[in-house]
Design a protein around this ligand. Structure first.
Ligand SMILES: Cc1cc2nc3c(=O)[nH]c(=O)nc-3n(C[C@H](O)[C@H](O)[C@H](O)COP(=O)(O)OP(=O)(O)OC[C@H]3O[C@@H](n4cnc5c(N)ncnc54)[C@H](O)[C@@H]3O)c2cc1C
Length: 373
């Protein structure tokens, strides 16, 4: 068995996307995931338009019947209704398990060695130890999520600046809107994502770890009424959601991607998109043998979402400010559309910048990855 150049630890969206991008950049890649596929997770399951574009760039295809397109985002707060539509491409609601399967299929198709149910992977000074085999890759990728052990092991951890909790369930009901709807009430949000023609995802975001969907639905009478007769078709899954920024996401021979590399609150609906964009940037950096390029690209990719996350969290802290902001937004739908369009454009331009950088060099020089500071 030949020695892989890259070991990816974690096979969620970030790890799989990074494995694909690095494989496309010419690396031999092995990926270790502790669970069996398809891996599920508490998630709002909304992919913004730029996420679809980034997935396509990696050759990841989601079938027409596997998701549900949405045209924009609508905020609902006690009768106030403010919507912003995308210009150009739609977003896509898609079950997490289907997304995982599409990523895993693509990773297998491009030749990534996939080790599922890989429990007990250890990072040691000499490399990566798994079932008594020592791997000495050129690059280790930490894609092991919010509580990354790879990050901790390398002393790159930072305290989150905000901590909340998300819980999601699915209901068998035809979507009543082709927008993702975000219902707001006192620092908590419920968001509704259409994920197929007969299913919606319902995700609660709250600062209270003991609160569950069933407890808070009565606070949203219109929504409760809609869901009253619909069957719940998945069990409740929960996960923390944090705002966290790291000082660095690389060390010689090591790169962090996805939630392991810092994250934004789930209200932004951006975690998966960020992970895929970071993966693409890491592939480009590997190709030219320069991890600093990834370090810079990562900062660039995360910045707009951090600003969005901070703004939305700040607004949600005061009911009156939030309602006032939504009232203004509801009166100026064109302004909302323009803000959302500018945001999506900014994200797309980030992807394009990363792509342009990569076209200037094509020869892999992975040896240099270990000599960056
Ligand atoms: C309630 C909620 C709603 C959200 N809604 C959205 C949304 O609508 N749109 C969006 O884009 N984002 C959303 N997000 C964010 C998104 O879910 C995350 O950003 C995304 O899952 C990050 O992917 P990841 O691969 O970095 O981490 P994860 O998905 O957490 O994957 C990490 C993987 O690493 C594996 N792992 C961990 N440790 C090890 C180990 N030692 N060895 C091997 N494997 C290991 C785990 O099993 C896991 O599969 C939401 C998050 C929450 C909590």
């Amino acid at each position: 068995m030949t020695e892989p150049e890259v070991c990816v630890i974690g096979g969620g969206p970030a790890g799989l996307a990074a494995a694909i991008a690095l494989r496309l950049a010419g690396a031999s890649v092995i990926l270790f995931e502790a669970s069996q596929p398809p891996v599920d997770k508490a998630c709002g399951e909304g992919l913004m338009p730029n996420t679809g574009a980034a997935l396509s760039e990696l050759g990841v295809r989601i079938g027409a019947n596997e998701g549900y397109p949405f045209r924009g985002i609508r905020f609902v707060d006690r009768g106030v209704n403010a919507a912003a539509g995308f210009r150009g491409s739609n977003g896509l609601g898609v079950r997490r398990t289907l997304l995982h399967r599409a990523l895993a299929d693509r990773a297998a198709a491009v030749g990534v060695e996939l080790c599922w149910n890989a429990k007990g992977v250890e990072i040691v000074d000499a490399g990566v130890l798994f079932r008594s085999r020592l791997f000495r890759p050129v690059l280790i990728v930490g894609a092991d999520g919010l509580h990354s052990r790879v990050r901790r092991k390398h002393e790159m951890d930072q305290e989150p600046s905000s901590l909340r909790y998300g819980f999601r369930r699915h209901f068998a009901i035809a979507p009543w809107s082709d927008y993702v709807e975000i219902y707001c009430h006192r620092q908590r949000q419920i968001y509704i994502t259409p994920v197929s023609s007969q299913q919606i995802g319902v995700a609660l975001l709250t600062a209270n770890p003991h609160e569950r969907l069933a407890d808070v639905l009565p606070l949203f009478p219109n929504l409760s009424e809609r869901l009253r007769l619909a069957n719940m078709i998945s069990s409740e899954r929960g996960s923390p959601t944090v705002m966290r920024t790291l000082k660095r996401v690389t060390k010689p021979g090591l790169a962090l991607v996805g939630d392991a590399s810092g994250s934004v609150d789930a209200i932004t609906g951006e975690g998966i998109g960020l992970a895929v964009e970071q993966a693409i940037a890491l592939g480009h950096a590997f190709r030219v043998g320069d991890l600093e390029m990834y370090e810079r690209a990562h900062r660039h990719i995360l910045a707009p979402s951090r600003l969005l996350g901070r703004t939305l969290l700040a607004l949600s802290k005061s009911d009156s400010v939030q309602t006032a902001a939504l009232r203004v937004a509801a009166r100026c739908p064109m302004l909302c559309d323009a803000i959302l369009a500018a945001y999506v454009r900014r994200r797309s331009s980030i992807n394009e910048t990363a792509g342009m950088e990569s076209t200037t060099v094509s020869l892999p020089n992975p040896e240099r990855l270990n000599s960056q500071s």
